[in-house]
Design a protein around this ligand. Structure first.
Ligand SMILES: *Cc1c(COP(=O)(O)O)cnc(C)c1O
Length: 386
């Protein structure tokens, strides 16, 4: 296993820029004329906001890159620190105390009720300049948004509250099931969304209309709207049947210790595993404190060593994980690299495989990758960063 960490790290995350950019290209091709709002929230799904921003910029023209999407005001501020001067849309509802900060950073807010529109207008008055917003329309997500059914009622009130202080830049909704096999729930949400749009006052509210996450952008041609908002697909997580991207992130850890153990030797907290024969165990320098899900080992979790799958044994600790190397044809030495997610030789463990073993989704596995893991960026030609 090659070692792009140059041997300094106990464990690390590799990010393949070429793969991320090819995934972005697939979204762009599928989205047709729609411009892009890549979602870089949660540290670009754990892979590093700054480097991912640069990858996205290298892959897109300024016409194609309509905005960067985040979830939190602090993430928008981080984009400003990184030098991004373009549009930033904060998609999750911002707490009332953060509106002035959002105004100072020149962010665009997604607003979900009249109180928020008024607060944003106050912030605009304080800042002495026009501030932009999008209204979220709730078509079934239920976590935010104006009710789709009442658009004729709230639309004019939003327009009045915005008056000369705010720029009502557009409307969006968010799909709850676009990654599932059946198209009907998404069709129904889109229908409610379009009907609500039709009841809004004509003009700016309908200027930029959008609904597609990764799954809808890749799987539902024509659902693009003016912009699409891809996240998980860029980062290598499946967006449903027929929407499987290239793997982007690999999780590697060094084998810190190799030991021969006698039958009867137990392993890990709770001593849940006992050697039944003379076995060779490898201690990997990674644990749940790095974001490796603790439930993985009892769920049949594996690592790749020298291109072969080896089983995890015992419970995963905060800092280490033990694998059974006994059945490998050759003796493995301390210092070699094990792969928890990604490819080694002819074998691959996908992030979706890890997620489904522990009953979760690739999003949670990726965003859970810890701060103790350096991110190593592989440039598009496969060679290492200088
Ligand atoms: C996170 C998010 C997305 C991206 O969703 P993916 O499933 O990761 O593509 C799109 N829109 C909104 C509003 C989001 O919060």
């Amino acid at each position: 296993m090659s070692d792009p960490s140059t041997g300094v790290s106990r464990a690390w995350v590799e990010v393949d820029e070429g793969a991320l950019r090819r995934n972005l290209r697939r979204v762009r091709d599928a989205a047709g004329a729609s411009a892009l709002v890549p979602m870089l929230k949660a540290n670009a799904y754990g892979l590093g906001m700054g480097p991912v921003l640069e990858m996205v910029r290298r892959e897109t023209s300024s016409d194609e890159l309509w905005a960067i999407g985040v979830a939190a005001v602090a993430e928008g501020e981080e984009l400003r620190r990184l030098g991004w001067e373009g549009r930033v849309v904060v998609f999750s509802p911002a707490p009332p105390g953060e509106f002035d900060r959002a105004a100072r950073a020149g962010l665009t807010l997604a607003l979900s009720d009249l109180g928020a529109v008024q607060r944003w207008a106050d912030a605009a008055r304080g800042a002495g300049r026009l501030l932009a917003f999008h209204t979220e329309i709730d078509t079934g997500m239920g976590r935010a948004g104006f009710a789709a059914a009442d658009a004729a009622e709230w639309g004019p009130r939003v327009a009045r509250a915005a008056a000369d202080l705010l720029e009502w830049e557009g409307c969006f909704t968010h799909f709850h099931s676009a990654d599932e096999p059946a198209p009907e729930p998404t069709d129904e949400q889109q229908r409610l969304f379009l009907r609500a749009l039709g009841e809004l006052p004509p003009g700016p509210a309908r200027r930029v209309v959008h609904s597609a996450n990764s799954a809808a952008a890749v799987r539902r041609a024509g659902f693009g709207g003016d912009v699409v908002r891809p996240g998980i697909f860029l980062y290598g997580g499946s967006a449903g049947p027929g929407a499987v991207p290239e793997a982007v992130a690999s999780l590697r850890a060094r084998i810190a210790l190799v030991r021969e153990v006698e039958p009867g030797t137990t392993c890990g907290y709770g001593a849940t595993y006992t050697a039944r024969r003379r076995e060779r165990w490898g201690t990997l320098a990674i644990g749940y404190g790095d974001g490796l899900p603790r439930g993985l080992s009892p769920a049949g979790g594996e690592a790749l060593v020298r291109g072969r799958r080896v089983p995890m044994i015992g419970r995963i600790s905060m800092d280490v994980t033990v694998v059974d190397l006994t059945d490998l044809p050759e003796a493995v030495e301390a210092g070699e690299v094990a792969t928890l997610i990604g490819r080694d030789g002819g074998e691959t463990i996908k992030v979706d495989e890890v997620a489904s073993r522990v009953g979760t989704i690739a999003y949670e596995v990726l965003t859970g990758l810890g701060t103790r893991l350096p991110r190593v960026y592989l440039p598009p030609d496969g060679t290492r960063n200088p």
